[in-house]
Design a protein around this ligand. Structure first.
Ligand code: HEC
Ligand code: HEC
Length: 200
């Protein structure tokens, strides 16, 4: 095993251990209450093909996304671990209960299923231990990538690499690959069945 691969395995194991204590309970929220609370969110996230103005990229799909990841992402925008002004304003005032309900609603909008049979680009070996072979992540703390917009995945990769988002595992793994390999992976994950645009 080469050095890079050994490090990949070590980091994956470390990340899994640190997440093992958190109980994954996607049913903790009330999806019907969440649907009502998410009405304003759907003004951006519920329109197929909706793009941001600058820089231009697709607004992410949330239908079928992991509830615990949605909550983590919203807290990241709220406390500025993620630098995004628009989403900061959206996430700043959500109570724990509202976060749970909204995340549960989005999570149940699509069934996103692992498919270990699919052939991924070779560099996907660095990502599969957390995001699965086809971009369907192994715990609800990690985002599904399957079916997400490719340009959004590329934009988030840029954000991790340039420090606008920080995540210990992501920063380490993305540095192992070239821009070309990362773009190939984004296109691959986006082409897989998975996340959908949530509708009212
Ligand atoms: C004005 C448009 C707009 C509105 C309204 C909006 N969002 Fe967003 N949202 C975005 C954009 C753009 C991004 C991508 C930001 C980035 O680059 O990190 C985003 C990102 C997210 C993400 C991260 C997704 C991922 O895969 O990492 C979540 C979760 C999210 N929004 C939830 C919500 C919720 C819940 C609401 C309502 C309370 C909401 N958004 C309202 C535009 C919007
Ligand atoms: C050790 C586990 C782990 C590995 C390995 C890993 N990731 Fe991640 N990935 C995560 C976590 C955790 C997040 C969410 C971080 C956050 O909260 O911002 C994430 C987020 C992402 C996102 C952002 C998705 C979104 O919706 O915003 C992309 C894109 C991504 N990973 C791609 C990759 C690629 C490509 C690889 C392989 C080079 C990879 N990841 C390897 C754990 C991992």
């Amino acid at each position: 095993m080469n050095k890079k691969l050994r490090m990949a395995g070590f980091l994956a194991a470390a990340a899994l251990c640190s997440h093992a204590a958190a109980q994954d309970d996607p049913n903790a929220g009330d999806p019907e209450r969440g649907r009502i609370l998410a009405d304003s969110c759907l003004g951006c996230h519920g329109i197929e093909g909706n793009m941001t103005t600058y820089p231009p990229y697709h607004v992410p799909r949330l239908g079928g996304q992991n509830p615990n990841y949605i909550i983590k992402a919203l807290k990241g925008y709220a406390n500025d671990d993620r630098a995004h002004e628009g989403m900061h304003a959206q996430a700043a005032d959500l109570s724990e209960q509202n976060l749970q309900d909204i995340a549960t609603y989005f999570g149940q909008e699509a069934a996103v299923e692992a498919n270990p049979e699919v052939t991924a680009p070779e560099s996907g070996i660095y990502c599969a231990s957390c995001h699965g072979v086809n971009g369907v992540s192994i715990t609800t703390e990690f985002p599904h990538l399957a079916g997400q917009h490719a340009d959004y995945l590329n934009e988030t990769i840029r954000q991790y690499l340039e420090g606008e988002r920080s995540d210990i595992s992501m920063n380490a793994f993305l540095n192992l690959l070239t821009d070309e390999q990362l773009n190939e992976l984004s296109e691959f994950y986006a082409s897989q069945p998975g996340l959908v645009t949530a509708k009212r």
